[in-house]
Design a protein around this ligand. Sequence first.
Ligand SMILES: [Zn+2]
Length: 422
Amino acid sequence: MIFRPQILLSILLLAGVSVRAADHLSNPLADAPNWKSLEKFQKTIGHDEFERLLRGVYCTHGIGENLIRIDPEAACILMDRDAQSWFRLRFAASAAKSVTVPRWWRPARALPPSKKRGPLSGLKIALDPGHIGGAWARMEERWYKSGEGQPVEEGEMTLRVAKMLGEKLRSLGARVSFVREKAEPVTPYRPDNFRETARAILRAGGVANPAEEFQGPDDPLKEQTVRWESEILFYRTSEIRERARRVNLILRPDVVLCLHFNAEAWGDERNPTLTDKNHLHLLVNGSYLPDELESDDVRFEMLRRLLSRNFDEEIRIADAAALALAKKSGLPPYEYTKDIVTKVGTSGYVYARNLGATRLFQCPVVYFEPYVMNSVDVFARVQAGDYEGTRIVNGIERPSIYREYVDGVVEGLVEYYGGGRK
Ligand SMILES: [Zn+2]
């Protein structure tokens, strides 16, 4: 379908934020839930399995019976709080053995058994290099420059990892696609398209006459300006939704790998704080917060993930990739200081968390957060760039940070998909 931004945008503006609030959606760009599309999941999951995933993965911070109620025969999910209409999902009988789950991606055990063309043959992988980078890196606050060094920008580094990784995965037989291929947005919109929406969001949040501009990243009032709000709508909300459309409608892979580098707060981008902290963690979708589940779109999207049985596949991929990356990099697991995640799996490095990308992509998603970009060590390694073999960088002989990242991910995938097939 040809995308016509102007028409879509005027619909968006007509709908307005106040109408959206009455719809109980999480943000002005959210899609209204299509509850009928869940009909295909009738009798595809048993009561115990549903309960295990709901309580152990997706709603680990609790969920009220005013939103989801589990009866012996069915789960009842609130669709519309004003009309008090409920979606009734009937459970499969506990005796039912092989229920086919309706979905377009394939778990490892459903891939063709032939491994002649490499351990990943037949596997469709989409690589999603985090952020936009390039001319957008500073707007995204994913850019810093320390002393006379080269700028460190996440969107450029993730793209570099994706390109190197893609080549390796292809040589092992995988069919690789890219959610983003250059340092440009995937979304056709730009911040100016969202200024009206931004104004409406700020007004709804109690800022009666929001200022248009802010004075640089350290301006304490920046979050109350039209520019800041419209930029977030552009590079985060709209960009992630457009990437999800690409994944779900065009690429349709068996797994998406979201590639990022982590960071600790660095303050001034031109005089950043460098830290000794350096760590690794991976994310899969889950651990929705009670507030988030109040939004109709989020509750619906959570359920769509649960019923597609994404978790059981992605946790195995994530655990394998985490252990391989940990071995290559020697990094310790990151420990969250806020109670917004749930540790899952067996590696000690994987958390469930509700992120836009992991929620909206309708197939297994593994989200990588290795390396603290503004650690002393990673800064030195980024300055060293990519190189063959090993070199002494910051006093340690080792491969380039990019090759180490790529090799860890590849080893984890080969370990899982090589051994996980029938
Ligand atoms: Zn990132």
